[in-house]
Design a binder for this molecule. Sequence first.
Ligand SMILES: CC(=O)SCCNC(=O)CCNC(=O)[C@H](O)C(C)(C)COP(=O)(O)OP(=O)(O)OC[C@H]1O[C@@H](n2cnc3c(N)ncnc32)[C@H](O)[C@@H]1OP(=O)(O)O
Ligand SMILES: CC(C)C(=O)C(=O)O
Ligand SMILES: [Mg+2]
Length: 575
Amino acid sequence: MKISRYSAFPPVPLDDRRWPTATVSAPPRWLSTDLRDGNQALSRPMDPERKLRLFDLLVDMGYKEIEIGFPAASRDDYDFVRLLIEQERIPDDVCVSVLTQARDELIERTVASLSGAPRALLHLYNATSPLMRRLVFGMNREECKDLAVHGARLVLKYVDELLDGCDVRLQYSPEHFQDTELDFSLEVCEAVMDVWQPEPDRQIILNFPTTVERATPNVFADQIEWMHRNLSRREHVCLSVHPHNDRGTGVAAAELAMLAGAERVEGCLFGGGERAGNVCLVTLGLNLVTQGIDPGIDFTDLDRVRRVVEECTGLPVPPRHPYGGELVFTAFSGGHQDAIKKAFDALDREAARTGLDRALLPWRVPYLPVDPHDIGRTYEAVVRVTSQSGKAGPAYLLGRYGFSLPRELQLEFARIVQPLTEGGRGEITPQRIRKLFEEEYLRPAAPALDAPAFAPPGAAATVHIDGHADGDGPERARAVAELRAVLRRGGVRLRAVHHLDGTARAHGRIVVYARCELDDAVVWGVGAADDVAGAASAAVGSAVARARRAGLPAPGSHPARTEGDDGTGHRPRPA
Ligand SMILES: CC(=O)SCCNC(=O)CCNC(=O)[C@H](O)C(C)(C)COP(=O)(O)OP(=O)(O)OC[C@H]1O[C@@H](n2cnc3c(N)ncnc32)[C@H](O)[C@@H]1OP(=O)(O)O
Ligand SMILES: CC(C)C(=O)C(=O)O
Ligand SMILES: [Mg+2]
């Protein structure tokens, strides 16, 4: 690496900075620049049809300021502005914005594109940084300021001439603000304000772009606080920021800028835009949600938002993109799955205890920053099982089919699942897990409980009843007595009965998980039936059948522990 070619970004002399102790309590004004900055960064810029689809999405989501293009750039851009205006597609509470460089003919065409619009935002920009002044414009500071002032005057002239009856709002951006000397940015903005004369009813927007993000977010916050504190006519200025994401810290830059005085943020859905993109409006908005602040934007169908953005831009949203990425609500690893499962169980218990809808309870789930349901995503993908998953993953997935396995059975079943995920075999689907479970436990060729010598002498069972809502009382006592009698007929002593928390009934039936002590081994069986006794006898039958398949000696003999028996009661599966 040729490190010496690069140098540190200079700090901002702001020793009494206030933003580090500020807090955000309200959302900023948002501007979506998907149709302009996002569009100009596509290898195939959007045609009017795709632009319209994205525009409608932005309106549906609640964006009130939408930059719809650079009308002087191309016929497509110009025509799209005309289409929105002529077909009256712009809702009354939405203000569209168009961008132009500070060049005479471009300004005229840009203003002309807005003819007939009831309201619009005209956005003028020119680069102000020393590098751009020298390389692109060949101008000194004074000449560069004059370029902005000249453009600002022309905007007023053409608005006056061409936009009768339009409520025109004005915006100026010193492009490459991050790389511009702060005093020069201020000087140019003041000069533009002298032309535009903001007043109580004529607020203007001054927009500060990083353009290319080159410093850490705290430096950007210092730059914004400096402008916030030094701009004149501050009460008539909406201080806006336009962070890009070249260093991967666009979101942080926007958030710290809000602490520093920014009242408005420009960005793109899923971080579209030049190079590494503009700041992501989805991430910023949902970050506010996680702090209990309403962003004023509807994210309740984020999958649809992602789909439309992908289809319109032709760019895929990365699977790990915050909130919207395919995989961000998926836990593959056992530790995460275990905590998520316990948190969901706790929410269920809390809902049952309080009588409140689970969806309204405070969200306290480790590893999931928001409830996927709140943004229209499902729990389908929350837990996926690979070789990195322990017992909780398969148990969680079985839970979705109505099975709530006791902990020891979870462990036993995980040992059956694990080998099927190893050796690079990857993920095992929920459907396959269910099939495995049912084949292993629910569909063994169970011997009839009352067959002679059904179980080895001394056999005992502890049963766990799920989906049996009767709880305590005489009915429960009756069910247990019947269960005991049924098992005794098969030569099995009932040791204990546990009622599980689960309220789900697999297949609408009562499920019994039986921990059976058969000879010197512990074997689990599972049974489902319409009544407790039937489910219990099926469960014990399942355990006996599994034990026989695993090579447990015939009833009556008392073998020594066999090789492969790890002492936990788990026997090797039959081949
Ligand atoms: C950071 C941003 O995203 S800024 C927005 C950038 N977006 C775009 O550029 C997309 C749309 N742009 C276009 O379609 C074209 O660039 C046009 C139509 C605007 C201009 O096209 P051209 O006239 O061919 O100029 P070109 O694209 O080469 O731009 C460079 C010229 O613009 C001048 N220029 C660049 N920015 C500005 C500005 N803000 N104000 C005034 N002049 C400017 C440069 O000095 C250069 O002038 P020169 O040719 O005399 O040296
Ligand atoms: C035109 C300006 C606001 C811009 O897109 C940038 O500087 O990134
Ligand atoms: Mg930009």
